[in-house]
Design a protein around this ligand. Structure first.
Ligand SMILES: NC(=O)C1=CN([C@@H]2O[C@H](COP(=O)(O)OP(=O)(O)OC[C@H]3O[C@@H](n4cnc5c(N)ncnc54)[C@H](O)[C@@H]3O)[C@@H](O)[C@H]2O)C=CC1
Ligand SMILES: O=C(CO)COP(=O)(O)O
Length: 315
């Protein structure tokens, strides 16, 4: 059964390359020009240069073509997901969200945005597109509330190099992936400002406490956050300068410019968390500080001073 992927960016292309091991893949690019270029060169030169697209990946710009696939992976930035979904009839489809974020305007996660689909699922966890595309071993979380569908997806989307673990905790899995990006911006800022490895470990750990607080308040199980989709991805993203979220933080910390065209999910998610915190009465000092940092409302020395001056408390 063919898999369809909507979004031919770095991650969509990498997933297409990995899944081509199992059978045909239809990859939907944003424009005719991009589709033709990728079909001709058998590469995604903009987002994943140097990786050859196997022959059984069909690249198209036509939505009706990709919609013939019953399993659809959505690999577009979270803030853009809704505009892809509006008007699509997904009542016969299993929609798998591969994006990691919370929508700023609504506070919704990707599976809420995909809720019109027959089934909605999440594929998330520690994985750089480049690693997956190069066939390096990777383990991810596949979350779906319906266990039969989850098992079918787990089989369909696992490959010899991509090992999927299953959970029914969709909220926990999608929040782990969304929230770790916010903490990664903070950790990057710490390192960019030269505040040291100890400060980063502190921010990562206290950031993880905030991730658990949000997730549990929104109905997730705390132990889901201990898995690949939470702690696993947090560790990767807060420690590798392959991460765009971490690199934005590095730039903020060092007072350098950062290319606004780069997809950085944590910025929007940090802003969305302001509303989530207000609605649920949550104290999220690190997430709030990262939101202020990306919105230029505080600089790194001010952010550090703010966090260090908080009342002393139990861990
Ligand atoms: N790159 C990575 O290593 C990983 C990315 N992800 C997630 O995958 C999602 C997508 O990220 P990437 O593929 O890396 O981003 P990207 O920037 O490489 O690609 C984004 C895709 O969305 C499309 N797009 C963007 N704006 C659009 C618009 N206005 N209209 C139509 N299409 C538009 C782009 O053409 C592209 O296909 C994000 O949520 C990210 O967190 C998850 C795991 C790993
Ligand atoms: O989600 C990712 C790794 O799991 C990719 O991280 P960035 O979006 O920060 O590059």
């Amino acid at each position: 059964m063919s898999v369809g992927i909507i979004g031919a960016g770095a991650f969509g292309t990498a997933l297409a390359v990995a899944l081509a091991e199992k059978g045909p893949v239809t990859l939907r690019a944003r424009s005719d020009q991009q589709a033709v270029e990728m079909a001709d060169t058998r590469q995604n030169t903009r987002r994943l240069p140097g990786v050859e697209l196997p022959g059984n990946i069909a690249v198209t710009s036509k939505l009706e073509t990709v919609l013939t696939c019953r399993t659809l992976l959505f690999a577009v930035p979270t803030q853009r997901l809704r505009r892809f979904v509006i008007g699509l009839d997904l009542s016969d489809h299993t929609a798998v969200a591969c994006c990691k974020g919370i929508e700023v305007t609504t506070g919704d996660g990707p599976t809420s945005i995909l809720s019109e689909a027959r089934h909605a699922a999440v594929l998330t966890g520690p994985s750089f597109a480049d690693d997956i595309a190069r066939g390096l071993p990777t383990a991810l979380t596949l979350a779906c509330a319906d266990n039969t569908v989850a098992e079918a997806l787990q089989t369909q989307l696992s490959t010899s190099k991509l090992r999927l673990y299953r959970t029914a905790d969709v909220t926990g899995a999608e929040l782990g992936g969304a929230l770790k990006n916010v903490i990664a911006i903070g950790c990057g800022a710490v390192m960019g400002a030269g505040l040291g490895d100890s400060a980063r470990a502190a921010l990562l750990t206290r950031g993880f406490a905030e991730m658990q607080r949000v997730a549990v308040a929104l109905g997730a199980q705390a132990e889901t956050l201990m898995g690949l989709s939470g702690l696993g991805d947090l560790t990767l993203t807060c420690t590798s300068d392959k991460s765009r979220n971490y690199r934005l933080g590095l730039a903020l910390g060092a007072g350098r410019e950062f290319d606004a065209a780069v997809t950085v999910e944590g910025a929007g998610t940090a802003r969305a968390l302001r509303g989530v915190a207000a609605r649920h009465g949550l104290d999220l000092p690190i997430c709030a500080t990262v939101a202020d940092l990306v919105d230029d409302k505080v600089d790194v020395p001010g952010a550090m001073a703010r966090l260090m001056a908080r009342p002393l408390k139990e861990e």
